[in-house]
Design a protein around this ligand. Structure first.
Ligand SMILES: C[S@@+](CC[C@H](N)C(=O)[O-])C[C@H]1O[C@@H](n2cnc3c(N)ncnc32)[C@H](O)[C@@H]1O
Length: 267
């Protein structure tokens, strides 16, 4: 640890309880008043305000992150023609160049806005490329085995969704177990995920980097020279420990940085 640097890694459970509401909490609170606009679950991840933010940010603040995602996905070449997208939202950060490589895509997202907005954003490119798209407004994590078994010959991409589980459930041990169970369920399949690993209120930013294998949160923050208080999204066990991965910093808004972990596993 370098002198002068301190970290406080908050587990999801602590960070959710007894805290002063922040601006994003107030947004969610406002969102609940317009219940007809939001599904019961989507208001905690995705949903109307997420799309409003994404609509503006994807062409400004999120451009470097979207480019990182595109370049990472360009390096992933699973042999399958079918793709299962979990939690793609409208695909605000998903490039057409990746989606059009498949013959058939099934998207699973609990957010009722996701399907029409995804079609607006990607529909034309998919139609031109002859990609068949189907949609399911299902809670993937309610029964992941069921969803995966329904798509035995599809490669799976988790689209920045795993790191949302700690927002949806307050039991951090259960979330960590869920990550391990999911990894076991996926054994033998070809799959990939990009997900929130750590996040913080900070104006600092950093370059993306490659890791040959898993690195502890403390070592990662240390190697980036980042200090302060960080929120642990409890996804550190999702990728197999020895899998190479990419860390892609995502400035989600002007005062908040997410470190996104991205990796794939060959079937
Ligand atoms: C951070 S957004 C993903 C953004 C996406 N990568 C993009 O490019 O726009 C997370 C998405 O996961 C979806 N989601 C969260 N929990 C889910 C669950 N249990 N089952 C299915 N989808 C879920 C949310 O509705 C939301 O659309």
């Amino acid at each position: 640890m370098q002198a002068g640097q301190t970290w406080l890694l908050r587990r999801a459970q602590c960070a959710l309880s007894n805290r002063v509401p922040r601006r994003q909490d107030l947004e969610l609170w406002r969102a609940r008043r317009f219940g007809m606009l939001l599904s019961a679950k989507a208001d905690r991840t995705g949903g109307f305000f997420w799309h409003m933010r994404a609509l503006v940010a994807r062409r400004s603040l999120w451009v470097p992150f979207r480019e990182e995602v595109e370049s990472w996905l360009a390096g992933w070449t699973p042999p399958h023609r079918k793709l299962l997208l979990v939690g793609p939202s409208a695909g605000w950060c998903l490039p057409d160049s990746f989606l059009t490589r498949f013959e058939e895509i099934t998207a699973v997202d609990i957010d009722p806005f996701a399907k029409p907005l995804f079609s607006l954003l990607h529909g034309r490119a998919l139609r031109r490329a002859g990609v068949r798209l189907s949609w399911s407004q299902t809670d993937f994590f309610a029964d992941p085995a069921h969803v995966l078994h329904a798509h035995p010959d599809a490669t799976v991409l988790f689209c920045n969704v795993a790191g949302q589980r700690c927002v949806q459930t307050r039991d951090s041990a259960a979330v960590e177990q869920e990550m391990l169970r999911l990894r076991a369920l996926l054994q033998g399949r070809s799959w990939a995920s990009f997900h929130d690993l750590l996040s913080a209120e900070t104006h600092e930013t950093r370059q993306a980097r490659h890791l040959a294998q898993q690195m502890s949160a403390y070592d990662l923050l240390s190697s980036y020279g980042l200090g302060g208080e960080w929120f642990d999204h409890l996804t550190g066990q999702l990728l197999p420990p020895n899998s190479p991965r990419r860390i892609m910093p995502w400035r989600i808004n002007r005062g908040r940085l997410h470190l996104i972990e991205a990796g794939w596993v060959e079937g």
